[in-house]
Design a protein around this ligand. Sequence first.
Ligand code: NDP
Length: 512
Amino acid sequence: MSLAEQLDTVTASTAGTVDRHATAQTFESTNPATGAVVGVFPVHDADAVAETVATARQAAGTWAALGYDGRRTRLAAFRGYLARRIHELADLVHRENGKTHADAILEITLAIDHLAWAGNHARTVLGPRRVSSGMLAANHASYLEYRPLGVVGVIGPWNYPVFTPMGSIAYALAAGNAVVFKPSEHTPAIGAWLAAAWRAAVPDAADAFQVVTGFGETGAALCGAGVGKLAFTGSAPTGRKVMAACAETLTPVLMELGGKDAMIVDDDADVAAAADAAVWGAMSNAGQTCIGIERVYATSAVYDRFVAEVTAKARDLRPGSDDDAAYGPMTMASQTDVVRRHLDDAVETGGRVLVGGTVDGRYVSPTVIVDAPETSAAVCEETFGPTITITRVRDAEEALERTNANPHGLAGSVYSNSKAKAMELARRMKSGMTSINSVLTFASVPALPFGGVGESGFGRIHGEDGLKEFTRAKAITRKRFSLPVDLMSFGRPAQATDALARVMGMVHGRHR
Ligand code: NDP
């Protein structure tokens, strides 16, 4: 029986899928399309979380001692396991999160690619190296290396239940840490599947990656369990609570808090391509994408053509749970209320719904809104649904001004056929990531860091920065030979600092 099949059959009494702590309380995860139970999971309390972190701490020593090569081969075995069972995992993602099987395959593919990059680059990025000792310590050798933190706690979201947490898990493991992962209460089966896959693929370091399940209290317990760092993805209000809880134990945090990403469509853009990308960026995964396109600013020169293209494409999309559907149901029932509120507010404040605007159970129709004021919820708050607002602007400068006025700053997109102008707009966009003439591409480039500014959080996963995020820099100097005069000794002659002052004057004093 496959792991996914086992999860289908677990009951409250066999909820041991992930539980080794005999926790009495359990909860169900359900299929958002059908309501069928996907799995039953324990609610891990603070004691169970502390016990798991203690086991992980022991495993962290063994895992770190394997060195870069030992970890690289084991991370390769893990990604090999995921790749061989990609359809099994995609099926589980489809059932528990609701996204289409095809989108689940894409998500898992990205996660596998990041696992490969993290494992293969950890030594080069983090390994010991000699650095120049400079003039003042020329008689010393200087070394820099990036040491693991021990155990990293990861609190993950439900919208990309494989890709997003793996951005922390893969990089933290590659850097030599053990990981305790608390998946969202909406996607615990996927988290449990990943942990079971790890145990099967890497049996000699099985405790280096473990999962705990439960609600917010379980996440809060992980914050207080003495982990070396806590990587959080979710909403800004919960992010603030996580930071406050972590402050109690001075646990450092990484915050990935969502966005209100904009696309700028300039006068010289390929309008058809921009419209195609905007619709996919806004509506794939039912719009439940932190780096999804939520608002578009199109210049007057292209606005009418862009709106016509977007509406035509959006009308062609059909939500559903079958293989031909463009996107699935909302994963969280409560998210439909947020979408409804944003739609109502947009219409009440003067916006016009050109396509869609209806909510049927868990399904939100593809929705295109124009003329919504900048102060409306649909334009300024994260909607997290298959909706897009389009606003006419004078020129790209005004588009950039409006883009940057939002307190979020996760990602964004620029469409322009002028390389120089697009690059300049991308640089000036207040966001951690920007794609030119595409959407979301940076997430598929493992060498590029991922993370936001402002209300979108701080810290970076992916790339060199993502590896360093889960380490502490360690500096070492080693005296190679003694100098006739040691400046850092009470025995130095009085005239030594006068000589030093003269040297400083010669070397630096000429700069004005
Ligand atoms: P939350 O921010 O409430 O939850 C995110 C994660 O934190 C979940 O695993 C959650 O567990 C956990 N958690 C909740 N409370 C605590 C706590 N006090 N201490 C520690 N961990 C906690 O997001 P939701 O899933 O409720 O979604 C709400 C909104 O957040 C969405 O509408 C969307 O706008 C945004 N969001 C953004 C994401 C992104 O990618 N940036 C991802 C997901 C959501 P549990 O699920 O068990 O409550």
